[in-house]
Each structure stands twice: as C-alpha cells, then as structure tokens.
Design a protein around this ligand. Structure first.
Ligand SMILES: Cc1cc2nc3c(=O)[nH]c(=O)nc-3n(C[C@H](O)[C@H](O)[C@H](O)COP(=O)(O)OP(=O)(O)OC[C@H]3O[C@@H](n4cnc5c(N)ncnc54)[C@H](O)[C@@H]3O)c2cc1C
Length: 468
C-alpha cells in the first residue's frame, strides 16, 4: 500500500502541489525537512514522503486530493503530542499555522482552527469569563484532543470535549470539505467524536464554552511512604464527590533535573490534585476531608483563575521523549492499591515511571447520550495513566514491559477498556476496539469503507475499512 514518491515524480509533481497551496511544501532533502518532521514527543522518528504546512482549509483539500491521486497515506499533526504511528512514507499535513480562534460570548462558543493549542482558546475565552474543556496541558492541540474524547478538569461537570462540539469542518478522503454536525453528515459527526482522525482531516471545529472563571484547585503533597493510606482515603473521598469536583491521585517520582526546585528534585510524593468549579466555601469544605485527616507536606489548593488551570498538573512544556499507557479500572480495591503503589513508586524506591495517576471521570461523561458519539467506556470512572521518559528504544521497551506487568497485577480490577488519548504505538493499534462504544469499531469500519476505502487516514486510530 505504501508507495513512495520517486524522484522523477517528485520533480514533476512538486511544482503542481506548490502551485495549489498557500502554505509550504517540503520534500526530503529540502531545507527545513528535518525540523518539520519533528513531533513534540521526541520519541517519534518519522520520515514523511512529503510535508505540507497547511495555512487554510483549501490547503488541506489540495493536500488530501494530491495524496489520494498518488496513493499516499495522509497523517495530520498539530503539535506531535499524540502521534500514535510515525508518519512514514506518507503526506504529513502540519496544521500549526492554522491558528484562528473566534469567541462568540453571547452564544458561548469558540470556533477553533486545526492547529490551535488549548492555551490560546483558554486565554481568549477567559476574557469573557468563559472556559473551554481543555485537559491538563494548554500546549496540547485542541482538535487532536477532542477527536480522542478529551477529559479535563471540568469533565465531571460538563463532560468530554467531544460531547461539546457543535460542528466540525472536515476534509474527507475524496477531497471534499464537509460540515459534520448533529443535523448534517451525522454519521461522520458520530465517528469524529472519539474515533480520532481516522475519518478525515479536521480543518476547524466549533465548541461550547462554559461560565467558569475561578476555581478552587491545586495539589496536596503527602510523603511517598503514605501512598497506600492516601489512595484509600482518596477512594472514600470520591465515592460521593459532586460533579463540580474533578480530581486525581498521583504517585510522582520527580526526575533529578537541575531545573527542579531542591525540595522536589529526585523526590517521590503521592499527590492529590483537582479542580472544584463551585463556590470557594464549598471547595474548602470538600478539602476538609484531607486537612482534617493528616496534614499534607504541601497544600496549595486555593482559589485560582481558571486561566491558570495549567498550574494544577504542571505538565511538561518543552518537547521530550514521552511514553504513555493506561487503562480503565472498575475499582480501587486494596489489592489494586497495593499494585499501584508497588509499581508506581517501585518496591526498591525506584520506578521507571515518572508518574502513575488515577483520574476520576464519571459525572456528565457518564450521563451523556451514548448514541451520539463512538467514544466508549462512559460507565468507567477510574482512569489509570502511566507516563515515563523514553529517550532510547531500550527505555521504551523497558517501560512497555514494566507497564504490562503492572496491568497484569491489576487485572482483576481492570474493566478491559482503554482511553485512546492515553495510548500510543502498538498498544493504540491493538486496543482500538476497547476504546470505543460497543459495536463502534464495526460501525466505524463501515463508515471507512464508504468514506475512506483506501484507508488514507491510517496514521490515526487503526480502523480497517470493512470489506463486504
Ligand atoms: C503532556 C500531555 C498532556 C495531556 N493531557 C491530556 C488530558 O488532560 N486529557 C486528555 O484527554 N488527553 C490528554 N493528552 C493526550 C492528548 O489529548 C492526545 O495526545 C492528543 O492526540 C494530542 O493532540 P495534538 O494535536 O496535540 O497532537 P498531534 O500529535 O499533533 O495529533 C495527535 C493525533 O490527532 C489526530 N489529529 C490531530 N489533528 C488532526 C486534524 N486536524 N484532523 C484529524 N486528525 C487530527 C491525528 O491522528 C494525530 O496523529 C495529553 C497528552 C500530553 C502529551
């Protein structure tokens, strides 16, 4: 299927492609190619046959049409935070120059172009006292995040980002720019909400915003030695948490980096983090569960502007070679807690994981109408996220083996479901069925057969077009 552009074709066709585009075209051997093929996740090494730096929706139409005519697969990249399969031998569309954000404060919506990072939407929306449903990092791309579901700090109150899209503009494999909404191209709309970029290249989306300008949020740090007790106390805390409260518990092994503050460098903690979007007084009452229990080493829960939501997780901003895995848990049993602590912190005090996080979902995510999106696992409330740093292939393999062992130890408590935004590489390719609603894979495969029979968009979630 993969078909490289040979050099003769390159010479004759490059001019044609360039003439049809406002943005740049970069072939291998041309200046800028090695910078353009970089992803934020430096673990990704990819060699596209051609790179198009799209500036407009029409550029995306031209690029997809060119790829289809030359039997090239098509990959999309806004930031490179979530690349699940390297964009080798294909046409890679970079969207980072499509940065338009328009807020409608009356309708409480934002129109967001394909290359926009969440931070830009947050900053623009907060000027009107409104908030988008971003996740823990404002440097993640809004569209890529939303296509995979989109679980953030307002998730239990307002739901997934994908549930709050009013419409997508998307270029399908036939080179048509289509509008997908709940009254137009409804099957495409359904498949884009949780199905990743497997059905087309999104050029923009219009999303709902919510009236949130201040939250009661932050972190409690406890000594790593208290991890089991903290996880059990967390289990009790979230059992009757209101929807306004979205939280997680993290076993954190801070790397020994010089830029870290002294008290964190090379240290391990168990941290309770979260965001309450009700009143400050109610937030303080909820935090008494912890403050009246045992005093944390650090307590920075306080009222903050939602504009500062990135300070809750303090995710890395600079590019790095990250490894990610995860799974849905059905319970935090004592046995599951013991396994999470043993692997998260390491039995000898050393774990290859930087962090092991359990996020609390449910609430509005669980209640959303199921037939409107291919996103699955809505009844699962406990999401395990495992993150490590993998600068070499050996480190990646070690992390994959270690996280497999942890998941084996957790087996009785796993639901069998996964959250696609937190998977990468082979695991993402293999587990797609487990990330979707029941029957979702088969329905998406039928849609692929109609809309993308050659599977141009095979660099996203792995859906093979159904063969009749
Ligand atoms: C530090 C960090 C924090 C994160 N926090 C959260 C979180 O809190 N909640 C959460 O749900 N997820 C989170 N994620 C996961 C993140 O949502 C996914 O990795 C997401 O795919 C990243 O999108 P991107 O555009 O930034 O990345 P990219 O690598 O540019 O894109 C990822 C994939 O999305 C698809 N895609 C991107 N743009 C388009 C487009 N225009 N059309 C079609 N397909 C497209 C492609 O398949 C592409 O391979 C986090 C990831 C990181 C690294």
């Amino acid at each position: 299927m993969e078909q490289l552009l040979d050099s003769a074709l390159l010479a004759s066709e490059a001019a044609q492609l360039r003439a049809g585009l406002q943005g740049q075209v970069i072939f291998p051997e041309e200046p800028g190619y090695d910078d353009a093929r970089l992803a934020w996740n430096r673990k990704i090494v990819q060699y596209p046959a051609v790179i198009v730096e799209a500036e407009t929706a029409q550029d995306v139409v031209t690029a997809v049409s060119f790829a289809r005519d030359h039997h090239l697969g098509v990959a999309a990249q806004a930031t490179g935070h979530g690349n699940v399969r390297p964009a080798d031998d294909c046409l890679l569309i970079l969207t980072h120059k499509m940065t338009g954000v328009t807020i409608d404060p009356i309708a409480r919506t934002a129109s967001v172009e394909a290359g926009v990072k969440w931070g830009a939407v947050l900053a623009a929306a907060q000027q009107h006292g409104l908030a988008p449903l971003l996740g823990s990092s404002p440097t993640v791309g809004a569209v890529g995040y939303t296509l995979g579901g989109g679980l953030g700090w307002l998730g239990r109150k307002y739901g997934l980002a994908a549930d709050n899209v009013l419409h997508f503009e998307v270029v399908t494999a036939d080179g048509q720019l289509r509008r997908a909404a709940n009254d137009e191209n409804t099957d495409l709309f359904w498949g884009l909400r949780g199905g990743g970029g497997s059905l087309g290249i999104v050029t923009s989306m219009t999303i709902r915003l919510f009236p949130v300008s201040q939250v009661y949020a932050g972190n409690l740090f406890y000594p790593a030695s208290m991890a089991q007790d903290v996880l059990r106390h967390y289990r009790a805390w979230i059992a009757d948490a209101p929807d306004e409260l979205t939280t997680s518990v993290v076993m954190m092994n801070f790397p020994p980096l010089p830029e870290m503050p002294d008290f964190l460098r090379g240290q391990s903690f168990v941290m309770v983090r979260g965001c309450y979007c009700g009143s400050v007084a109610d937030g303080e009452t909820l935090l008494r569960h912890w403050r009246d229990w045992r005093p944390p080493v650090i307590d920075d829960f306080k009222p903050i502007p939602f504009a500062a939501a990135a300070t809750i997780s303090n995710d890395p901003v600079d590019p790095m070679p990250g490894f990610t895995s995860g799974a849905w848990l059905q319970e935090l049993s004592d046995e599951a807690i013991a396994a999470l602590v043993a692997y998260g912190l390491g039995t000898d005090g050393r774990s290859p994981l930087v962090f092991t996080e359990i996020r609390h979902a449910g609430g509005a995510i669980r209640r959303a109408a199921r037939e409107t999106a291919v996103y699955g696992n809505r009844d699962s409330e406990l999401l395990l996220l495992l993150v490590g740093v993998a600068p070499t292939v050996e480190a990646q393999q070690q992390l994959a083996a270690y996280t497999d062992q942890l998941k084996d130890a957790l087996r009785p408590s796993l639901t069998g479901g996964v959250y696609m935004n937190f998977l990468e590489g082979a695991e993402s390719q293999q587990r797609i069925r487990d990330g979707l609603a029941p029957g979702g894979y088969e329905q998406l495969a039928s849609l692929k057969a109609r809309l993308d029979p050659e599977n141009l968009f095979r660099f996203s979630f792995n859906i093979s077009p159904a063969r009749n």
